[in-house]
Design a protein around this ligand. Structure first.
Ligand code: ADP
Ligand code: MG
Length: 323
């Protein structure tokens, strides 16, 4: 079991940013609308995620460290209709296998909370705790028991940068949630959490840049699309300012990116790329997110049709607005 967890951890937990991703996704799945992440030394010595989500009962707080103890998938059919960010039940046991973890949690229905302390997969302590409703997960000394892994960690600055990028993407994915990233007592990033993608993006790309972007709003047969795309005059030399979300999940997609490029056609010079934040909503039964443990790649049923409709929607939008 310990070995299996360490192997699974290799797929899910590569570095601090992957721990933060899993923990914050759990917070989102728990319905939190306020999530704070605090890093020590880029997350190498400490990562703390505090949420105001639904919390866990004492029993669930203990169970959640067992592999595949997900509360999110009940039946095999559910795998074809995934509405939560997590579903594999691997993140917490994987993280706990390679670090020292303290979970503090309480549900609204319980008077008291629970604290669970676990190190290298071994539960060291479970006891009642006074705490607010929600969950706090503290991860210390990542890879303390797997030195070979620890070697691949970069400097605190580099690890912090990756977490900061992740937090921006999460904020764009969920403008209704207030995110905050702290390090060494300083706030590195925060999002307004007021539901506005425009306000959220302004905090990331700058108010002036976002003011000049086009708002996209499209409801179609296979997909609906909302977001912001830059006018052809505002382009960048790389694709790194393109952010795509499918059903609220950040994804990397060369295909979506090339469709976007196609929509701009001859309006932008070669080697330049539009800035974009695009939220695609598709029928969840048509999206397979179970391709890779990090779920950053997805497979689409009827991919060709979806991409055609996307191209049509984006092209029409760029024409309509006379950009
Ligand atoms: P998954 O997210 O795939 O279900 P995890 O290992 O990430 O698996 O988490 C295991 C379970 O622990 C979740 O299914 C959920 O029930 C519970 N859990 C984890 N984090 C939180 C949280 N922040 N708030 C409430 N419940 C949580
Ligand atoms: Mg999870």
């Amino acid at each position: 079991e310990t070995i299996a967890n360490q192997i699974a951890a290799g797929e899910v937990v590569e570095r601090p940013v992957s721990v933060v991703k899993e923990l914050v996704e759990n917070s989102l799945d728990a319905g939190a609308d306020r999530i704070t992440v605090e890093l020590s030394q880029g997350g190498i010595t400490g990562i703390k995620v505090v949420d105001n989500g639904c919390g866990m009962s004492a029993r669930d707080a203990e169970l959640c460290f067992q592999r595949h103890a997900t509360s999110k998938i009940r039946r095999a059919e559910d795998l074809n209709n995934i509405l939560t960010l997590g579903f594999r039940g691997e993140a917490l046991p994987s993280i706990a296998a390679v670090a020292r973890v303290t979970l503090t949690t309480r549900t609204a229905g319980d008077l008291g909370g629970t604290v669970v302390h676990i190190e290298a997969g071994q539960i060291k302590e479970i006891s009642p705790a006074g705490c607010p409703v929600g969950t706090t997960v503290e991860v210390r000394d990542l890879f303390f028991n797997t030195p070979a892994r620890r070697k691949f960690l970069k400097s605190a600055t580099v690890e912090t940068g990756q977490v900061s990028d992740l937090m921006s993407r999460l904020a764009m994915a969920r403008p209704d949630v207030r995110f905050e990233l702290r390090s060494g007592g300083r706030v590195l990033f925060s999002s307004p959490g007021n539901g506005s993608l425009k306000d959220t993006a302004a905090g990331i790309f700058g108010t002036d840049n976002v003011r000049s972007m086009l708002e996209v709003n499209y409801q179609g047969r296979l997909l609906s699309l909302t977001g912001l795309i830059s006018k052809p005059v505002l382009t960048r030399a790389s694709r790194q300012y393109q952010n795509f979300f499918i059903n609220g999940r950040y994804i990397r997609s060369g295909l979506v990116s090339s469709v976007l490029q196609q929509a701009y056609q001859t309006q932008i010079p070669a080697g330049r790329f539009p800035v974009a934040i695009l939220h695609l909503t598709l029928d969840p039964t048509q999206v397979d997110v179970n391709v890779h443990p990090t779920k950053m790649e997805v497979r689409l049923a009827r991919e060709k049709e979806v991409l055609e409709e996307l191209l049509e929607a984006l092209s029409k939008h760029l024409n309509l607005t006379g950009a």
